[in-house]
Each structure stands twice: as C-alpha cells, then as structure tokens.
Write a protein that binds this ligand. Structure first.
Ligand code: NAD
Length: 251
C-alpha cells in the first residue's frame, strides 16, 4: 500500500507503537519503505511487536514521560539510523473518571505522559531536525482536546495542551520543520476496548455521523499523508479525523 515515494528510506520514530494507532501507523510507514523505529514502555509487547515485524528498523523500551528514557531512545535511534526525519508522538493513556474524583496523582500521571511526553520527544526531535535542516513532527491529540467530553477531565486538558504545543512549535520551527497534530474521534483500539463494553460502543456509534469508529489504519493513513510532500504547506494544524463527531453542536 505504498503511496508516497518520498517516504522511502525516511527515518521515522513512532511512540506507543506496540498497540492500536501507533502499531497501525508503524505498519503503514514500513509499507511505504520507511525505516521505522518503535518506542513503547510495555517492553514485552514492544519486543513481541518487533519480532512480528522484522521489517521494523529498531526499537527502544522507553517511558515517554521520563526525560532520561526519551534521551536514551533518541540516542539508540541515532546509533542505529543516524538521526530522525519524522517523529510520530503518539503514546498516551486515558482513565475514565468523573472530574471530582480524579486523584491528583492520576491527574499528574496523565499530564506527564500525554502532554509532558509529547514535549520531551518533540524537544529531542526538533533539535535534531533543526540542525539537519528539515523534518516533520506529528502528534496524536484527540477530539477530546477540542470540545468538552464527560469523564475525562485530565485527559481532555492534556490533549488540549497537545494542540497548543503543536501550534507553538510550528511557529518556532518554521520554515525548517513542520509540526501538526491529529485529533481522532473514536478509534477501535485496545485503549477503547478496555473502557467500553459492546453495548457502549454501539451507543457511541449511533451518535457518530459516520455511524462507526475509525480503524487505526485510517489514522495511520492520515499520518502518512502529513509526513509526505503533498502536505508540504501544512504546519501548525490540528486535523480532525472523527467521522463528523465534532462537526456540529448536535452531530
Ligand atoms: P493503545 O492503548 O492501544 O496504545 C497506546 C500505546 O502507548 C500502548 O502500547 C502503551 O503501552 C503505550 N504507552 C502508554 N503510555 C506510555 C508511555 N508513558 N511511554 C511509552 N509508551 C506508552 O491506545 P490507542 O487508542 O492506540 O492510543 C494511541 C494515542 O491515540 C493516544 O495518545 C490516545 O490518547 C490517542 N487517541 C486515541 C483514541 C481512541 O479512540 N482510541 C482517540 C483519540 C486519541
């Protein structure tokens, strides 16, 4: 399913790549001929993923919210591939809770991973890309970062932060590095499966104009486009891919 000739040989780091959107995106970039370097803090799942995909160029077990871990992951990628051309910063967590009962420790953990992790990875990638004169930074935000959604106050705030981090970095790194984020709506991944019963999923689908969840591969396809030359004038954008979920007040 190779579509973008220019992605061939590109050095691409994808975080949260042992599952869901990250894994589907890693597969898509590998199919495009990119050198895919996968990162995840679930070491067992990461090693199993690498074993299943010998076409991936390398991996590092790292917690994106730990600065030393992130530095080590980039150093390993430098060692193996000599640098980075595309960062897809995607690792994230969500914990369903009503706002008034979110323990502060949970709030901080969600912020550290979902927003702090994006900052730490973008910092390492941005420095390298600026020095080499080009690159693309992409992040997974969420439709939860664009409108209020019940039961995910910490998650929503972290994803809204990712959108503004994206825009600020885009301003500071233009015209050398493009920086964009994607805002998926409901995507059928293990994260979603863990928190929604079949009944809940059916009810959610009813409310989505497209009447279904996205497949992780559909987010991977958007990432491939955003990393390609066809997206060369797109920077600072938060791109919704939500089946119309946030298109209108009563969509
Ligand atoms: P997932 O749980 O299937 O995959 C997430 C992966 O990230 C897992 O392999 C996990 O081990 C890894 N991870 C989590 N915290 C990490 C950390 N601190 N360091 C390194 N790796 C870590 O989830 P998914 O649905 O594929 O979600 C991927 C991204 O997409 C997340 O940022 C999520 O918030 C976002 N998102 C998901 C949906 C959805 O409906 N599934 C919607 C919008 C946005």
């Amino acid at each position: 399913m190779a579509r973008y000739e220019e992605l061939k040989g590109k050095r691409v780091m994808i975080t949260g790549a042992a599952s869901g959107i990250g894994l589907a995106t890693a597969r898509r970039f590998a199919a495009e001929g990119a050198k895919v370097f996968i990162v995840d803090y679930n070491k067992k799942a990461l090693e199993a993923t690498q074993k299943e995909h010998p076409e991936f160029a390398g991996f590092s077990a790292a917690d994106v919210s730990d600065e030393e871990n992130v530095k080590a992951a980039f150093a390993e990628m430098d060692r193996l591939l000599g640098g980075i051309d595309v960062l897809i910063s995607n690792a994230g967590i969500s914990i369903r809770s009503d706002a008034l009962n979110i323990p502060y420790a949970q709030w901080k953990k969600v912020m550290d991973i979902n927003l702090g992790g994006m900052f730490l990875c973008a910092k390492e990638a941005g420095r390298r890309m600026k020095a080499q004169g080009g690159g693309v930074i992409l992040m997974t935000a969420s439709s939860n970062g664009t409108e209020g959604h019940r039961w995910y106050a910490d998650y929503n705030a972290s994803k809204a932060g990712v959108i503004l981090l994206t825009k600020t970095l885009a301003l500071e790194l233009a015209p050398v590095v493009r920086v964009n984020c994607v805002c998926p709506g409901y995507v059928l991944t293990p994260m979603q499966r863990a928190e929604y019963t079949d009944e809940m999923l059916a009810k959610v689908n009813e409310g989505i104009p497209m009447k279904r969840h996205a497949a992780p591969e559909e987010i991977g396809a958007l990432y491939a486009f955003l990393a390609s030359d066809d997206a060369r004038y797109i920077t600072g954008a938060d791109i919704r891919i939500d089946g119309g979920e946030t298109a209108g007040l009563y969509s």
